[in-house]
Design a protein around this ligand. Structure first.
Ligand SMILES: Cc1cc2nc3c(=O)[nH]c(=O)nc-3n(C[C@H](O)[C@H](O)[C@H](O)COP(=O)(O)OP(=O)(O)OC[C@H]3O[C@@H](n4cnc5c(N)ncnc54)[C@H](O)[C@@H]3O)c2cc1C
Length: 440
C-alpha cells in the first residue's frame, strides 16, 4: 500500500479542493485526481471575448462561514480579493424599478423589519403580512408537520399578490434555485431564519474582484502543492477497488493507485457512476437517483465599456433573465452576466434567440444603453440541487457506506441549505473525520 498518499480525492471543484486544503493543513498527504484539464469544476474559468470569466456565476454570501474559513487559509482577503455589499433586492421591469428591499445591518429581526417597512413597491398591508410571517418564524411558531411547496405555504400564510411576486419569489429563486411551486417550504423557513433572523451579515453579497479560478482554484493548487500534495489533471477515475466493504484503491484509464481513504468529490452524476457496481452503495444510490437538479443558464453580454447597471446586481422581471450582475467589479466594465433558472421540461430556444430575448429585456430596462457587442451562452443542466419538497430527506451522509470512502458535495447532508457552502462544509467534515481517524 502506498503510504505516501493515503488520501485520494476524486474531483477538483470546490468540494475536492476544500477537502485537499483542509487535509494539507493538517499535514496529511493527498492526491487530487481531476478528469478535466483544469481545476474549478462547475465554476472553472472559461474565455469570453478574450476575458477570463466563470463558467457559472456563483452568488456568495457573508454567512458562508465554511467557505470564508477556506478563504482565510488561502489568504483570500476582503477588500483585496473580494468586496462585501449589503443585501439589496432590486426588481426592475421595463424602465421602472418595481420593488426595492434593503436588508439593514441591525440585530435580528430589526434589519428585516426596517427593510420591509422602507421597501418600495408593495402595499403597506402586504408588508405587514410578510412581517407577521417572519415574526412567526422568528418565534418558532410556524411548524410544518409535512413538507409542502412554498407556493402552498405562502397561500396558507396569507401572502398574496405583490409581496409574493416581488419579494418571496426572487428570494426562492436566488437562494433555493427552485421555482416556488416546487420548492420546499421547510427549506424556505430555514432560509428565512438564516437570511433574516440570525447574523445580520449573513445576507451580505461577496463580489469577487477577479474570476473565481484566479481567486480560488489557482491559489488552492499552489497551497496544496506547497504542502506536498499532488494534483493530477486530465485523469478520469474509472473505477473504485472495494473489497469486503473497504476501499482499497482507485483506477484511472492508465493506472491503479492503492488508497486508504478516498473522497468522492466528483458531483452527483460522477459519484453515481463510480458507486453503481457496488452492492454496499445501493442505499446511497437509491437516494441519489431521486434527487432533482435545477438547470441554470448564464449569458455573458458585452456592451461598450461605459455601460453600467445603477447597482451591482438587479433582478429583472420577464420571461428570461432572473438576475444580472455587472462585472465591473472585476475590471470588466460593460460586461453583464445574466443568470436564469430554466423551468423543468422547458425546451430552450437556440442560443442566439436566448440572447436576443435577454438583450431586448435589458434594453427595455435601460433604453439609453448602446447595442451589445457580443455574447456567450453557458448552459449547465445539473447546475444545483433543486430544493424541492422533501428533497432534504434525500441528502446522503458523508460517510458510513463503505469503510474509507467519503462523500463531499452539495448533495451531502450538512444541515445547511444545498449550495457551494454546503459542498465546502461536507468536504471539511470528510477531512475532519479522516484526520481524526489518523490521530491528527
Ligand atoms: C450556473 C451555476 C450557478 C450556480 N450558482 C450558485 C450560487 O449562486 N450559489 C451557490 O451556492 N452555488 C451555486 N452553484 C452551485 C455550485 O457551483 C456547486 O454547488 C459547486 O460547484 C459544487 O462543487 P463540487 O466540487 O461539489 O462539484 P463540481 O464543481 O461539479 O466539481 C466536480 C469535479 O469532479 C470532476 N470529475 C467528475 N468525475 C470525475 C472522475 N470520474 N474522475 C476525476 N474527476 C472527475 C469534474 O470534472 C469536476 O471538476 C451554481 C452552479 C452553476 C452551474
Amino acid at each position: 500500500m502506498n503510504e505516501a498518499a493515503p488520501v485520494y480525492i476524486i474531483g477538483g471543484g470546490w468540494s475536492g479542493l476544500s477537502a485537499a486544503i483542509e487535509l494539507c493543513r493538517k499535514k496529511i498527504p493527498v492526491t487530487v485526481i481531476e478528469a478535466a484539464k483544469q481545476l474549478g469544476g462547475k465554476s472553472r474559468r472559461i474565455a469570453f471575448d478574450g476575458m477570463p470569466v466563470d463558467q457559472s456565476q456563483l452568488m456568495m454570501f457573508g454567512g458562508y462561514s465554511n467557505l470564508l474559513s477556506i478563504f482565510r487559509t488561502l489568504k483570500i482577503r476582503e477588500n483585496q480579493d473580494y468586496e462585501r455589499i449589503p443585501f439589496d433586492l432590486v426588481l426592475r421591469r421595463k424602465r421602472k424599478t418595481k420593488f426595492r428591499f434593503r436588508l439593514y445591518g441591525l440585530p435580528a429581526p430589526y434589519g428585516v423589519r426596517a427593510g420591509l417597512y422602507l421597501a418600495r413597491g408593495v402595499p403597506f398591508q402586504e408588508k405587514i403580512r410578510a412581517l407577521r410571517l417572519i415574526d412567526g418564524i422568528h418565534r418558532n411558531r410556524i411548524v410544518l408537520d409535512e413538507d409542502i411547496s412554498v407556493s402552498e405555504f405562502l397561500m396558507q400564510q396569507g401572502q398574496r399578490d405583490r409581496v409574493t411576486r416581488f419579494f418571496w419569489r426572487p428570494l426562492c429563486r436566488m437562494f433555493l434555485h427552485t421555482e416556488m411551486n416546487l420548492a420546499s417550504a421547510q427549506l424556505f423557513i430555514q432560509l428565512v431564519s438564516w437570511l433574516f433572523l440570525s447574523d445580520p451579515a449573513n445576507g451580505d453579497v461577496l463580489l469577487m474582484r477577479q474570476d473565481m479560478s484566479s481567486i480560488f482554484s489557482d491559489r488552492a493548487m499552489d497551497y496544496i502543492e506547497q504542502k506536498g500534495g499532488m494534483i493530477k489533471l486530465g485523469h478520469e477515475v474509472t473505477a473504485l477497488d472495494i473489497n469486503n466493504d473497504t476501499i482499497t484503491g482507485v483506477k484511472t484509464d492508465d493506472a491503479k493507485f492503492d488508497a486508504r481513504h478516498v473522497i468522492l468529490a466528483n458531483a452527483w452524476d460522477g459519484v453515481r457512476r463510480l458507486l453503481a457496481p457496488h452492492t454496499a452503495a445501493q442505499p446511497v444510490l437509491a437516494k441519489l437517483d431521486r434527487l432533482v437538479f435545477s438547470k441554470l443558464t448564464t449569458v455573458y453580454v458585452k456592451y461598450p465599456s461605459e455601460t453600467a447597471l445603477p447597482m451591482q446586481i438587479i433582478h429583472t422581471m420577464g420571461a428570461l433573465g432572473h438576475w444580472v450582475l455587472d462585472q465591473r467589479v472585476q475590471g470588466k466594465s460593460g460586461t453583464m452576466a445574466v443568470c436564469f433558472l430554466v423551468k423543468p421540461q422547458l425546451h430552450l430556444a437556440p442560443d442566439d434567440k436566448i440572447c436576443e430575448e435577454i438583450c431586448a429585456q435589458l434594453s427595455a430596462s435601460f433604453p439609453y444603453w448602446k447595442a451589445p457587442l457580443g455574447y456567450q451562452v453557458v448552459h449547465t443542466p445539473d447546475a444545483m440541487l433543486a430544493n424541492t419538497v422533501r428533497s432534504a430527506s434525500l441528502l446522503v451522509a458523508p460517510s458510513n457506506i463503505i469503510s474509507g470512502l467519503w462523500l463531499a458535495g452539495d448533495f451531502v447532508d450538512t444541515r445547511l441549505l444545498p449550495s457551494v457552502e454546503s459542498a465546502v462544509c461536507s468536504a471539511r467534515e470528510c477531512a475532519r473525520q479522516i484526520s481524526s481517524q489518523m490521530g491528527k
